[in-house]
Design a protein around this ligand. Structure first.
Ligand SMILES: C[S@@+](CC[C@H](N)C(=O)[O-])C[C@H]1O[C@@H](n2cnc3c(N)ncnc32)[C@H](O)[C@@H]1O
Length: 233
């Protein structure tokens, strides 16, 4: 098992490169493949549509005007911008990412999109730079699998959510037992760090979130994408 620092360095290196090159990790058209509706993609800066997600948490989160939304691992900002459309200017959206190059790309995209009620913060999703009990909706798209400390991520989600607030997270999970890989690049590719689906749901419940349910499941084989909803009591 690689150390936490080794994993984070491999992940940062991978996503800094993608932020600067603008390449997708998953090939052309993958943003559509993740399930984004054409009307959602319409009008977004093309630099925000990087094909790095594995679901559409914003479409399933029921975000309403005035809400405060937090996106864990916001990348080039696609879900922050989509959430900001739904909250309107009376709400706000915060994206957190540990890769400075991704934050710069996301900030430029918010300017291009004319969104000024979104902000991007440098930080770890295991130690969020966000005040406790201030967030209505936490979203995340294909990020938690990259974390070397998933219990810490879900504990932070529980800390920042207001009572009654919700988590809607899309992620890659295993359908077969893990291999215990020691390859940091395998983690950075959203493969080796993925938990078994049962363990993923159990980790969310262990953080104190209730009503854990799988809203959507896509793909087949050893790794699939799921979107999970849970609520802070
Ligand atoms: C696969 S990309 C997904 C980006 C975005 N959510 C999307 O759907 O386009 C993963 C992003 O999560 C960030 N990330 C990975 N692990 C992180 C961690 N532990 N803390 C903060 N950000 C992290 C990476 O820097 C990268 O921008």
């Amino acid at each position: 098992m690689p150390t936490d620092d080794t994993i984070r360095t491999a992940v940062r290196t991978r996503y800094a490169g993608l932020a600067l090159s603008g390449q997708s990790c998953c090939g052309p058209g993958s943003a559509g493949g993740a399930g984004y509706a054409p009307e959602d993609l319409a009008g977004l800066p093309e630099e925000a549509v990087m094909g790095l997600g594995c679901g559409t948490p914003v479409a399933l989160a029921g975000i309403t005007e005035g809400e405060t939304v937090l996106d864990l691992g916001s990348g080039g900002g696609i879900d922050v911008l989509l959430a900001a459309r739904r909250t309107g200017p009376s709400g706000r959206v915060i994206g957190v990412d540990m890769t400075a190059e991704m934050l710069q790309r996301a900030e430029a995209n918010a300017v291009r999109a004319g969104i000024d009620h979104a902000e991007f913060r440098l930080g770890l999703i295991e130690d969020l730079p966000v005040e406790s009990a201030t967030v209505d909706v936490v979203i995340s798209n294909c990020v938690v699998n990259l974390s070397p400390d998933k219990p810490a991520v879900f504990a932070e989600v529980a800390r920042v959510l207001r009572p009654g607030g919700r988590l809607v997270v899309s992620d890659i999970v295993r359908t077969v037992p893990g291999t215990g890989s020691t390859d940091p690049d395998g983690w950075a590719s959203c493969v080796d760090g993925a938990l078994h689906a049962d363990d993923y749901l159990a980790a969310i419940a262990a953080a104190g979130l209730g009503g854990v349910e799988v809203l959507r499941r896509d793909g087949e084989g050893s790794h699939v994408s799921i979107t999970v909803r849970a609520v802070k009591p």
